[in-house]
Design a protein. Sequence first.
Length: 651
Amino acid sequence: MLLAGAGTGKTRVIIHRIANLIRHDVAPEAILAVTFTNKAAKEMRERVAGLLSPAVAEKLTVSTFHAFCVRVLRRHIHLLGYNRNFTIATEGYQKGLIREIATQLNLVREGCSPNLWLALISRAKAALEGPDDLRQKTLPYADELATVYQHYQKRLQQMDLVDFDDLLGLTVRLWTEQPQILTQYQERYRYLMIDEYQDTNAVQLRLMLLLAGKRANICVVGDDDQSIYGWRGADLGNILEFELHFPAAQVIRLEQNYRSSNRILHVANVLISKNKSRRTKNLWSAGGQGEKILAVCCLDEHDEANFVAEYILGKSGGNQWQRFAVLVRAGHQTRVLEESFRKRRVPYVLVGANSFYQRKEILDLISFLQLIQNPRDNLALLRIVNVPPRGAGEITVDKLRELGQISGAPLSELLSHDALRQTIPAESARNLADFQKQLDAARRDFATPGELFNKTDKFLKAIRYIEGLAQMYKPREDALQRRDNVNEFLTSMAEYDERNPSGTLGEYLETFALQDAGDRREKDRNTGDNAVTLMTIHAAKGLEYPVVFLVGMEQGLFPNQLALDEGNEEEERRLCYVAITRARQELVLSYAERRRVTNRVVAKRPSQFLDELPAEDLVFTTPKLAIEPASDTDIRKYLAQMRAQFKPSGQ
């Protein structure tokens, strides 16, 4: 196990380890390297190609957990009673299905949104827990949740769908129930490497234990101090208890940081040392001591936002905006910052907001393609049955649902059924019959590989989708923007065709589905713009900037009060550690004396994390003094005042 602290060059170590194995006559086909994003997998393969050769790199299996499991399931999922031609349900589909099930079973409960239930079901799957396991938990509405979970799984299988979590869970089930299949993979992959090991959950650990088998030839890389995804199932115990699973393991620490100044690293080291559940590490750098860290006390959130904007204006020189990143604990904090940036004409990019892939018109396009690929996908049909408008309103859709429940047939096969036609307006019936013909024609086109762009463009013209945008969206400017988004999506299909001239629709949809949130963030944040980056700390993991602002350093905001109430103080501290170690040269912390919460102005006190940082590395100051530095005497005087005024009570 490589314990690789922030900025210690772990990717370089992994690459050279792979190259060293191959140079010592290990067949590249015997190596499996697992990453958490497709971007990381692509970078790893390219760097191996640079060290050895592209031909050798192509023989490696470098993949995310989910992409690897898809390949396994495509070959063997029929042994579990599933269709090999399954499609992967998108998050929107999952929420829609849960909402539908809860409504049909009269299980809608106050405070239990489809988002919440989906998150709880996902957490259960990550922990290898089924519906019966949930019934035993002390969760609100545990029985209702377990019932929804049970029906949700049944409906997915009926529609030849699996969700993202199923890809891992079904692979574990396959290897457990079919040991001869597991043996095949154990014989092929004799050298296992897993990156970002601190982010693995119970099902991923189980996968690796099964695949490693008795040979146990495994190398993991991670940093327990950067484990910040406990809320989505990551198990810190996987990295802390590695030797329990692999008793012969050797642990190697990487502690030289190639990113930050020693001052920043010292602050990070002191902070994270307060955690008890961790492995001892001490980051250091050969890059010099660096500047002291500013801790800026602001009057309120507006004063804070104005300070950040003014500070950047003064430091940027008017053309170096990309050097700055502003990190927040929670997304709602960005509103005031954005207002201040716009007012001062500070260019910025908000990472993770309004993702291209979450726009309605893009999700509609994916639904069309999902339905062409999988006629049993009722959720896709219901999403776009009236897109563009074809007279299929609520009453018509209800009639279609009723017919589907009676017949048991996929809804897309019932669009021209006599029983439906006789109960809906004649124009609606004609339009739905035409839509069924258009879907059938598209399925015939897509039956042969390649030219996905041309086939999709042909289908959209057949259903008059572009013309329909003007009907669906007002004003005209909105429709035109969405048309541009559709064209951008089609451009991505043309690029896919160039890379995969014999690609199938199923392969394209699989590639899209396997783009996890991290990969999609890359599209959002790699804009190429010369702009300040504004994002949450979670979105910033893995990135670095010359100047980093960490705003909202107030008790209850950061650390988050709910996290504290749930006993997750150490994960909050790890999150702060991640934020601090994004900075290369300069780190600015800020906090407000008061902050508006809904319709109330609430007095705030500085975060406990500020008090945990080494005083000798900080300069406590005000926005005015930070922007227009005063004398050393003034700063020392103000430092004493601030620390006396805001020292947490009882200390």
